[in-house]
Ligand binder design. Sequence first.
Ligand code: AGP
Length: 559
Amino acid sequence: MCGIVGYLGENAVRISAKKLELLQYRGYDSAGVGFIQNGKIHLSKTVGSVKNLRADYDSFSAIAHTRWATHGNVCTRNAHPHTSGENWAIVHNGIIENYTKLREGEFVSDTDSEVISFLLEKHGKGLNSVIETAKNLEGSFAILALEKGSELYAIKNKSPLFASANKSGIMFASDPICFCGFSDTYYTFCDKEVAKASGKTLKFYDFDGNEIAKECVGLDIDQTQSDKGDFDTFMRKEIYDIPFCQKRIYETYTNSYLLPIIKLFQSADEVWFIGCGTAYHACAYGEDVFAKAGKKTRAFIASEFRYSHIFPSKNTLCVFISQSGETADTLGALEKVDKICKTVALTNVGYSALAKSCQMVLPVLAGEERAVASTKAYVCQLTVLSLIARAISDRVVAIEIVDKQTIDELSGVAKRLVIGFDSKELFVLGRNADYVTAMECALKVKEVSYINANAYPTGELKHGFIALLSNDAQVLVFATSDDLMKKNCSGAQECKSRGANVTVITTSEHEFAGVDEIIKVGSYIQSVVFAQVFALECAIKRDTNPDMPKNLAKSVTVE
Ligand code: AGP
């Protein structure tokens, strides 16, 4: 996690701090900038968001950092940049796994990162010191190092890093999104590479100091949806983007576009879906919908799968689902199987490490998603999966495009529903695909409102968690599958008979007499959107910031 930017050119501090705002999806525990003035390194740091960072300094070179704390609590002392002497300042994204071994002597911070500035000072000056330092580090690292003489260096291993240049300056960043408005082209670092920016010159080297010739690529980033406009939050704005994004999916995934995709899925003996968090829920949906389409299929949580003793056969197709395409656990799971079987990335970011490493990319087409809580990307992932499954078998009904009026209505209902919600705990139930929605609803509610919401398969009620139900329990039941309506109904009644307050979100209102509230939705996907607006309204009611929840980051690039 963490975002880093470096700039060599006029107004370096202001430019770096401005670009850093675009990287706050990677963490926002603290922010800092390091720069040279009168031949000396200066630092400016703050706890919290970049907007609190003082950046009105003149300098020709700067490095900047937005932090998601891994080692050391959230405080200015642990905020980057770090220095260990007068010659070097560093910012780091990743984890230095051998840092305890490297920490000799006095250290100011509790971070793993400080060993980098320590090593740079120890190894002396220039490129030589950078390469010696890089060789000593183990783990994942994207590092920017500012040397007193104004030179800027970059090191990359396993964490994302990119560079770009125009006639006014040279920029490094964790995400090429920072290059929008700066240049139309950029360079991608490979693992174990170093770069040196000096004056107007940018050069790349391997860890042995050999210069590398690198080709730049065109910048193709859609930032048209990155403004929140009149919406109160990015989360709400992104839920309202859903109709447009789904339409784009339908326009892109035409019959001819689907042909090679269907061929790949049909030729596989089994299809495995692998991802984390919300993307794992898309995997669970994939498992359900491809089973309906007659495929052998499984869904895995990437962080578990990567260390499990479960391996695919060579005819398994592994589909990795990730909004960002940079999730470390998902990339770790890919590394485990990519020499064994065919791999597909279902991702929203075409230039991500996941997209680059898989044999086929299925674009999610959700456009930039800024809120930490994924909403439109999730619906788009489900839409793509349903279209492919539908193309394989007409037993599957493809997810329909949700319209604005439906989102308005569902939001109104959610807003009213949360008025009566005082519980610090919420039980969310469903079966099969509805259980997937229950898991996603519980995750979303937890993330943005900090209510302890937990999902259970409805059938598991009597196997244990019914013990938790009493008069003050709040229960949501998702029930949109016709064939499971009666089963969900019994579950709802069992909760009711233990005194819980029960709300059912269903396509069939006639089944659920006696519950406290029935919310009628037109389809499965409408129930998913209801889960999202419900979580958002819980956050609004509790006055939390749904776009930047505490302790979280959007892109989880460390284990
Ligand atoms: C979603 O609301 C969460 N912020 C989180 O669970 C996320 O889905 C997960 O970290 C995986 O991210 P990815 O889709 O970018 O791989």
